[in-house]
Design a protein around this ligand. Structure first.
Ligand code: ADP
Ligand code: ADP
Length: 229
């Protein structure tokens, strides 16, 4: 089943001489539960693409469908509800709230949405992310890897259909990166969540079901399970 589809998506920044086509007429779709890595050189448009997919930046033209819904056809208020309910973001900078504990940070999206936490699920998340012993610690008391795992927990707390991760392990060493991504991949598969992850690291990208390479805002190649198509 298809969870995400983008059609002829284009994003331009600036005007005249300064115009940059960050995303140039890209189309693809993603199945439920699929893990897609988006790779490409710096400045190729990966982050812009991810922001467009998550409804945080408006395209110049083209459409994004999440669960069949044309998200940029929605009113701003409905788009923000859809974003909160269906999309989880993981960033390179963890963006944790310093005065809240690990667990409180993870529960934040539910609080913002006035929803009760599924206690069993949150406990399970803390276990998967190996944060049980650290749930009452503040971000300043956690290692980089642990902080990134908290930010993953926060992205997963409301069981989003789609997880969007922008260089989530950019600040971690190779060993920690691999571990954090294995956890992200494991939890996404377990809950049949779709994962789109930006990486400049081909070693990381090989963990994905499918790799989309972007150059100059366009798809330059695509491969499934290591086979180019
Ligand atoms: P990547 O994530 O692959 O490094 P980006 O999506 O960040 O690429 O950027 C793609 C292109 O769009 C770059 O040329 C960048 O300079 C430009 N760009 C990104 N964001 C903006 C912005 N807010 N204003 C102007 N240009 C931007
Ligand atoms: P990592 O291998 O993830 O980089 P570290 O070597 O940074 O881990 O940290 C090892 C342990 O020390 C972790 O369990 C972490 O909780 C704890 N720790 C790290 N930084 C601090 C800190 N500023 N205050 C308290 N505990 C910390």
């Amino acid at each position: 089943m298809e969870v995400l589809r983008i059609e002829k998506l284009t994003k331009k920044y600036g005007k005249g001489q300064n115009e940059v086509i960050a995303v140039d007429d890209i189309s693809f779709s993603v199945k439920k539960g699929e893990f897609v890595a988006i790779v490409g050189p710096s400045g190729s448009g990966k982050s812009t693409l991810l922001h467009l997919l998550g409804g945080v930046d408006k395209p110049t033209s083209g459409k994004v469908f999440i669960d069949g819904m044309d998200i940029y056809g929605l009113k701003e208020k409905d788009l923000s509800i859809l974003r909160r309910r269906k999309v989880g973001f993981v960033f390179q900078a963890y963006n944790l709230i310093p005065v809240l504990t690990a667990e409180e940070n993870i529960l934040m999206p539910l609080l913002l949405d006035n929803r009760k936490a599924d206690k069993q699920y949150i406990d399970e998340l803390l276990t998967i992310l190996d944060l049980k012993e650290r749930r009452r610690h503040l971000p300043s008391e956690l290692s980089g890897g642990q902080q990134q795992r908290v930010s993953i927990g926060r992205a997963l707390a409301n069981k989003p259909a789609i997880i969007l991760a922008d260089e989530p392990t950019g600040n971690l060493d190779t060993k920690n990166s691999r571990e954090v991504l294995e956890l992200l991949k494991y939890s996404a598969k377990k809950y049949n969540q779709t994962l789109l992850l930006i990486s400049h690291d081909m070693n990381i990208a090989t963990m994905a079901d499918r790799v989309i390479s972007i150059v100059d805002g366009k798809i330059s190649s695509e491969s499934f399970g290591g086979k180019e198509v």
